[in-house]
Design a protein around this ligand. Structure first.
Ligand code: PFF
Length: 453
């Protein structure tokens, strides 16, 4: 629908907050802290930040630039730029269309925990079996999944300016405020100092290839890269706004919130477990099983727990909004359908596809795909298989087909400065694709048992 007027973000800060609110999500709140605890504490944090301003920087410039130069979402954008790369555009639609349903299942769990803490059932939630019993119930998690996705859809329905930009400009500051408040509270608990030291002290002996690979993997996840989102958001960005500065600010936000999340979770779990770092390795169980126990052990834990789950909810909701928008915008671009109808259809799709992921923990728990439950399989399919392919193809496309110069010109539009242009060209052509191949190779090698870590 190239002829239709495209609405967009009304200010640079509006764009930055929207993109940052997409980036800041469950990945920051839950995945980052446990990876940091596992892969060398401060060393992991340092590696992550270095990779964010190098790798993350070039990938964000590339994706946002493609969106802004074409004013189209990924399917139509790639088709317009080079038909041979249409498959990239299609992946940029398929990936968020597959992620949103299962991301909303987890968003639904977070919604449930807000209710639990608000209703004062937090002691019950601290019982070992509480979470398992909830997710296996069948209908109840589906109701929460629906509530969560419908809330995201209401924002998407309102459009870019009145929905996404408004919601992000309100929710991001609230999120920061809540995070800082919880960090201060946890830091004031006796014994928190040791936990913070454990989290932030760089342990150089822990540094290895696997630290870098874990950090790159987390970076893609956390910055919402290779899932069509940043192309879509770029397509709504004004040409008069500086790309380079905006990207640096998005990265700052994302890293800052991830580090803050670690500063609440790691010391809290550390105090609770008496320094036993196995407690950090609980995966999804960390947020829904271990943390409620931690909150139950603190004075004022109910309020802090409620604040924590509201925080996670806002983070997850704004990310779900961006995932949904990427799907809706792609379909609107190619079909010319209205935002209203597209949003309704896509929401129904997300609920229908989310149901099996949710039931995989209950009535469908016998179903395993490649040895994984349904939700994990969807996560594997998108994050481990499809996203690296799209990221790699995007680098090759920008580096050798479109040519970095085109994106440099986009970043320098209307006289804007782009200080890191030579760095950008080199990274997007060589270092970024090699890094992505390394992630894929290491994954394949470790799944076949050739690589032990
Ligand atoms: N970047 C967001 C997060 O860190 O949670 C959103 C997101 C990441 C969604 C990864 C989906 C995904 F697979």
């Amino acid at each position: 629908m190239e002829g239709r007027k495209r609405n967009g973000f009304t200010s640079r800060i509006g764009f930055v907050l929207a993109a940052a609110s997409s980036a800041v999500g469950l990945g920051n709140m839950w995945r980052f802290p446990y990876l940091a605890a596992r892969y060398g504490g401060g060393m992991f944090v340092l590696t992550y930040v270095v990779l964010a301003v190098t790798f993350g920087f070039v990938m964000l410039i590339a994706e946002i630039g493609i969106g802004r130069m074409t004013r189209l979402s990924s399917v139509a954008a790639f088709r317009k730029l080079d038909r041979r790369f249409s498959f990239c555009g299609i992946l940029g639609l398929l990936i968020p269309a597959l992620i949103t349903p299962y991301y909303s299942v987890i968003g639904g769990w977070v919604t449930k925990y807000i209710m639990v803490f608000a209703a004062g059932q937090n002691t019950a939630a601290a019982e070992d079996s509480y979470f398992g019993a909830f997710i296996s119930r069948g209908a109840e998690p589906i109701v929460y999944l629906t509530v969560f996705i419908v809330l995201a859809a209401v924002v998407v329905l309102a459009g870019v300016e009145k929905g996404i930009e408004k919601a992000s400009t309100f929710l991001m500051p609230v999120l920061l405020f809540l995070s800082i408040g919880i960090v201060i509270y946890i830091a004031s608990r006796p014994g928190a100092g040791d936990g913070i030291r454990y989290y932030l002290k760089p342990d150089f002996s822990e540094f290895s290839g696997k630290t870098v690979l874990a950090a790159i993997g987390q970076l893609f996840y956390s910055l919402s890269l290779a899932m069509g989102i940043m192309i879509t958001y770029g397509s709504y960005m004004r040409r008069s706004d500086r790309l380079e500065t905006s990207v640096l600010q998005i990265e700052f936000f994302d890293s800052f919130v991830a580090i803050l999340a670690g500063m609440m979770i790691v010391p809290a779990v550390y105090i609770f477990s008496g320094g036993d770092d196995r407690a950090m390795n609980a995966g999804a169980g960390l947020m829904f099983i271990t943390l409620p126990k931690v909150f139950a052990s603190f004075k004022g834990g109910r309020i802090v727990g409620l604040a924590f789950f509201i925080l996670v909810f806002f983070a997850a909701l704004t990310s779900a909004i961006s995932l949904l928008e990427a799907v809706v915008s792609n379909i609107m671009d190619v079909s010319g359908m209205s935002r209203k109808l597209t949003t309704v259809l896509v929401t129904v799709w997300c609920i229908i596809l989310g149901i099996p992921s949710s039931l995989g923990f209950g009535p469908l728990s016998g179903v395993h795909l490649l040895g994984m439950d349904i939700l994990d399989f969807m996560d594997f399919l998108t994050n481990t298989v499809m996203m690296p392919v799209l990221a790699f193809a995007t680098c090759i496309f920008v580096g050798f087909v479109l040519k970095p110069q085109k994106l440099i010109r986009e970043a320098e539009a209307e006289g804007a400065a782009f200080h890191a242009k030579h760095f950008f060209s080199f990274m997007i052509k060589w270092i970024a694709p090699i890094g992505i191949v390394a992630i894929m190779a290491s994954f394949i090698a470790s799944s076949f048992g050739w690589l032990k870590w």
